[in-house]
Each structure stands twice: as structure tokens, then as C-alpha cells.
Write a new protein. Sequence first.
Length: 259
Amino acid sequence: MPLFRRNKPSWEPDWQTFPGRVPASADRPEADAMLHADLAAVAAAPVAELPVRLTVRVAFGATRPDGSPAAGAAHQLYVFEDKLAAEVAKRADGQYVGRVISAGECTFVFQLPAEPGELKLPAGPELATGPAVPVQHVEADPDWSYARAVFTKDPAAEQRSYNRPLVAALVARGDRAEIPRPIEHSAHFADQAGAGASGKELGALGYRVTASTDPEGGVTLTAVRAAPLTAIDEASVQVQAVVQAHGGDYDGWGSDLVR
């Protein structure tokens, strides 16, 4: 246990769960992830008193389509999470930053004041495939580079996550996802200037754009272009990027069923 305890965090914790991406590493490619993080800690980063990163990785097997573990595995992981966070706080005065669930694994991320002594990691979760073995890794990270890269919200990753159940629902009704069809994207702007700039840019990209003004002076923009559902991630992220660059809010997309 450290001889001198640091001051408690100066931020009010803001825990949120959201989809994201895990950057590529030496042993794995970039991948979608489901994240749970204290966004207030990420916003305060880097914290000079916490220059060391501790990660504890647990493999739990297959995930659901949204990247989350199955119900039984989820309960086991979250019990392990509570025990692990308590141990790291007690033994190393560490700050829990968040967890990353991706490709059948969960990585718990902490920032510490110094390299820890011996940590008594709790027993790994007992899963259907057998007991999981926690893998610990420690390295200097005074800039909080990992936490800032992974736990900063990514609108494109969120949109891709929203697309999955929509496409799955259409395919379940018999949609032939590979066939191009008109996809209608919708966005809202507080003023005419942002809507006009977005409409011009989307028109140059081949979208048919229309706009309507609401009584409060806001503008709803629709942009239509043919695409297969297999390319909806690229299409929706493209429109989203244009809309957000001009101060608008992307409201999503719609498509008729194509058999």
C-alpha cells in the first residue's frame, strides 16, 4: 500500500456506456467495442499524479452482435469488475477509468500513481467454458494516451452500432440487403446557414437534397441516394460527417423493404 495517498479526484464521476473502436495493436486489428467509462476522468486527463497505466484483460468467449457478452458472462464479469476495482484502489491507490469489451474479451483500465507492488487479483470469472484467467499489464502512460484514444466518444462508431439492429430487422423480414435502393437520411439544423452549406456539399456527393423550415426557424434536411444495406455504414457515416461539420444533428436513415 502506498505510503502517501494522493488527493481524491477533483471531478464528479460521469459513467457512461457507449459503442466505440479499439485501435490496432501488435497482436490484434482495429475492432468495434462496447465501452463503459468515467468520461469526467477522461476529460480531466492527463492527471499528473496518475502516470502509470494498469490493464487487466479477461477472455470470456463470443459476444452478442452489439459486442456485449451473453447474460451469464456479463454478470460474472461485472462481479469480477467490482472486486478488481476495490483491490486496485486499496493496494495501489489506483483510479478506475473504464472497461473495453471487444472480440470476446474485456479489458479493465486503471491509472496509478506508481508501478504497483504485488496485486492480489480476484479469481477470474467462472464462465461456461471454465474459469477465466486475468492477464495483468503495467506500463508508463503519463499522457493517458490509451484512455484518451479509446474512451473519447466516436460518433461514427456510435452510428455503426445503431445501424446493426435496423439492418437486421429488415433482413429478418426478407430484405435482400445487397440490392441498392433509395436511402433517405435526415438531419436537423438550428439555422438556414448550416442547412444550406450541408445541402450543397451533399448535393455534390450525389444526394438529392430537400429542406423544410419549422415554426421555430430550424431546418430539417433530407438527403436521398441509392445504396445497398451492405454499404449503410459508409453512407450514414458520410452524411453524418457532413451534417456535423456544419453544426447539424444527424437523425438517422430509412429504407423501404426490398425483396
